[in-house]
Design a protein. Structure first.
Length: 276
């Protein structure tokens, strides 16, 4: 039983969590980039439930998957989705991934209108190569970045960061790379070298972990596998990377929250260790 001057356990734990959250924000500010989450991690849940879980993860930045804000909805629904995320203290930093398979102004511009309506500053994409010039034109018109997500050895167009860099070479600086740590390593690429090679074309980063860096089926909570998280964060800091590092958690799709919480705890602990 608590004494007159003692702090109730729930209040103490709540205060401890708030303090840890404040410390993690300071750590992110010190390194220059921000930890966020890809809502793809919560694709099996409604938007309302996904928002609740993102709040529990204590993130502010979210990359929204179509499962939580549909491209084919009307603009009023887009506005509603944005309002719900923002009311929960979540800022939509990007949308996607979007395929950009149809090379027409109408189709490409709709994707940019969607991103703009949600308040996103970037689009994660997996485009057809011939559509890139048209995408670049709308990048300039809307001032919204477009970054190609490399998808590993199964992707015959953009398996590696280098394949993305070759595709956007000579294009507007807002055309770039969304580097996925797991897919890059599965493709047999030196991850740290690829990050450095991308330089200013590195516009977005998806982080995950694998127990076996060649085997997609060994996805696990960040910190439980072989992903060089500390080296990744140190490299991003040295590069002056100012974008988002979004957790893309692909384990236990029907119960992802415990693993997401553990992943963020590990990543925040890694950041704290860098700033000691």
């Amino acid at each position: 039983m608590p004494t007159k001057n003692s702090i109730p356990r729930r209040a103490f734990l709540g205060a401890l969590a708030v303090s840890a959250f404040a410390d993690s924000r300071a750590d992110e500010k010190a390194v220059g980039f921000r930890l966020g989450a890809a809502s793809f991690s919560l694709k099996n849940f409604s938007r309302a439930r996904a928002i609740e879980m993102l709040q529990l993860c204590r993130v502010e930045a979210v990359s929204v998957k179509e499962a939580h804000a549909k491209i084919n909805d009307d603009p009023a629904e887009w506005a509603k989705a944005r309002k719900e995320f923002e009311a929960a203290g979540l800022r939509i930093v990007s949308v996607g991934k979007i395929d950009f398979a149809i090379d027409t102004d109408e189709d490409v511009e709709r994707n940019f209108k969607y991103a703009q309506a949600l308040g996103a500053t970037g689009i994660v994409m997996a485009p057809k190569l011939p559509v890139l010039p048209r995408i670049e034109r709308f990048v300039k018109q809307y001032n919204i970045k477009a970054f190609i997500h490399c998808h590993g050895p199964e992707d015959k167009v953009f398996p590696t960061p280098k394949s993305v860099l070759m595709a956007v070479r000579g294009m507007d600086a807002r055309m770039g790379l969304c580097l996925d740590s797991g897919h890059t390593l599965r493709a047999g690429v030196d991850l740290i070298a690829a990050m450095k090679q991308a330089g200013p074309r590195l516009l977005d980063f998806h982080i995950k972990d694998l127990r076996d860096l060649k085997d997609r089926s060994t996805s696990c909570q960040v910190g439980d596998g072989a992903m060089p998280v500390s080296a990744i964060f140190k490299t991003l800091k040295r590069m002056g990377y100012k974008g988002d590092v979004n957790l893309e958690y692909e384990v236990l799709a029907d119960n992802p929250l415990p693993g997401m919480l553990g992943s963020f705890a590990y990543m925040r602990g890694t950041l704290a260790g860098m700033n000691v």
